[in-house]
Write a protein that binds this ligand. Structure first.
Ligand code: NAD
Ligand code: MG
Length: 394
């Protein structure tokens, strides 16, 4: 029986993780569930899975949550509040696996704490890896933690890597990664219409049902940019070894090209329960609840290169990884601010790359060798991005 802590239990990945756990209650015991503000969903989850701990990061909501559980069957569950509580539950002795599924930089310290504590880290929160880079990977190596990618592309690549491959190591026979992308909702939208797309259009992803932030990232293709950086770190590859491929059907979730010319692909229906179940059962396999792939319904698979004119965010991510140092941290922070402003209808869709590019110009690629440097760069980049956003707000 493995103890699991789900950071970001109330989000899209958190909900899918609990759906997989439900099918394998003999193998996984839920020790802790965390939420930021969504106490109604957290309450229902706690009633069903009866964790020992629940974390509500927002203190006011936490007080409401404590009042809500009083007198119920979960009244004696420990409820913690504040961001430090995420670290507390991610490092409990009874926790073997940590699902890192908080969105954005808010997930960094808890994911990193799980890595340092030698847990099996199921990593969905790509932003934490992008911003902390080598520090995160070194923490995994130093503690002997097991790092399993949840992002569907990286999980696919991991499945296509040589037997016994572990994240962060060289795979000399794998010469290239083909990182697939759906192209998002605006793959064929006329370029002159992009400035006027609405939030509702941007979050309506054609293939995946996801949280709002990652849905906007998919529409700008910053998601693929973050994933390119994520892939370099997880698989010890240089950016030139990673080819972004637009594959609108989202049936192949990525491929690995070997030195002998063999190309291995992982396929399946676009449902995050597949990579979640893969990582949870690893190195075995178990049922994810996803219907078998109907290959005849797929009929056709298309592949095209990514257009950097249409998707400047992908170009900016490529520039950030090439520059190195703090630049991926700056890219991520500016993107988080820009996406939030777009979701709040303060700036236009096409302003997102403008905010990021102007923010990046304010920084040089100084070394990112301590967590303090990272947090400082993150903070400064947010300040710059907010100043730029202010100028753009109409
Ligand atoms: P979501 O918005 O649906 O859920 C986010 C979760 O994080 C919620 O539980 C929320 O309570 C929590 N959260 C938000 N802000 C927080 C804060 N400040 N402090 C603590 N907790 C906070 O997001 P999602 O779609 O589930 O994505 C989660 C992560 O997984 C992201 O990093 C995303 O890039 C990655 N990911 C998601 C998918 C997907 O299909 N949804 C696929 C690949 C990777
Ligand atoms: Mg992905």
């Amino acid at each position: 029986m493995k103890g699991i802590c789900i950071l970001g239990a109330t989000g899209s990945i958190g909900v899918s993780t609990l759906d997989v756990i439900k099918r394998h209650a003999d193998q996984y015991k839920v020790i802790a569930l965390t939420a930021n503000t969504n106490i109604d969903v957290l309450f229902e989850q706690c009633l069903e899975f009866k964790p020992e701990y629940a974390v509500v990061v927002n203190t006011a909501k936490g007080a409401e949550f404590k009042a809500k559980i009083a007198g119920t069957v979960i009244a004696d569950m420990t409820v913690l509040c504040g961001p430090e509580a995420l670290v507390t539950v991610a490092t409990l002795t009874s926790v073997n696996s940590v699902m890192a599924a908080i969105v954005g930089a808010a997930g960094l310290l808890s994911a990193l704490a799980a890595a340092q504590a030698g847990k099996t880290v199921l990593l969905a929160n790509k932003e934490s890896l992008v911003m902390s880079g080598d520090i995160f990977m070194q923490a995994i190596k130093d503690s002997g933690a097991v790092l399993l990618p949840i992002d569907s592309e990286h999980n696919a690549i991991f499945q296509c890597m040589p037997a016994n491959y572990t994240a962060g190591h060289d795979a000399p026979t794998a010469r290239r990664i083909l990182l697939t992308a759906s192209g998002g909702p605006f793959r064929t939208t006329p370029l002159d219409e992009l400035a006027n797309v609405t939030v509702a259009q941007a979050v309506a992803h054609p293939k995946w049902d996801m949280g709002r932030k990652i849905s906007v990232d998919s529409a700008t293709m910053m998601n693929k940019g973050l994933e390119l950086i994520e892939a370099c770190l997880l698989f010890n590859m240089r950016p030139e070894q990673i080819q972004v491929v637009i594959h609108p059907q989202s049936i192949i979730h990525s491929m690995v090209d070997y030195v002998d010319g063999s190309v291995l692909a992982q396929m399946g229906n676009p449902d995050m329960r597949i990579p979640i179940a893969h990582a949870m059962a690893w190195p075995e396999r178990f049922d994810s609840g996803v219907a078998p792939l109907d290959i005849f319904a797929v009929k056709q698979m298309d592949f095209e290169p990514a257009d950097l004119q249409r998707f400047p965010c992908l170009r900016l991510a490529m520039e950030a990884i090439s520059a190195g140092g703090i630049m991926p941290t700056v890219l991520n922070a500016a993107n988080e601010c820009a996406v939030e402003s777009f979701l709040n209808e303060q700036i236009r869709f096409t302003d997102i790359p403008v905010v990021i590019e102007r923010s990046m110009k304010k920084f040089s690629a100084t070394q990112a060798d301590t967590l303090e440097h990272i947090l400082e760069a993150d903070q400064q980049a947010r300040e710059q991005a907010h100043l730029i956003i202010k100028e753009l707000v109409v």
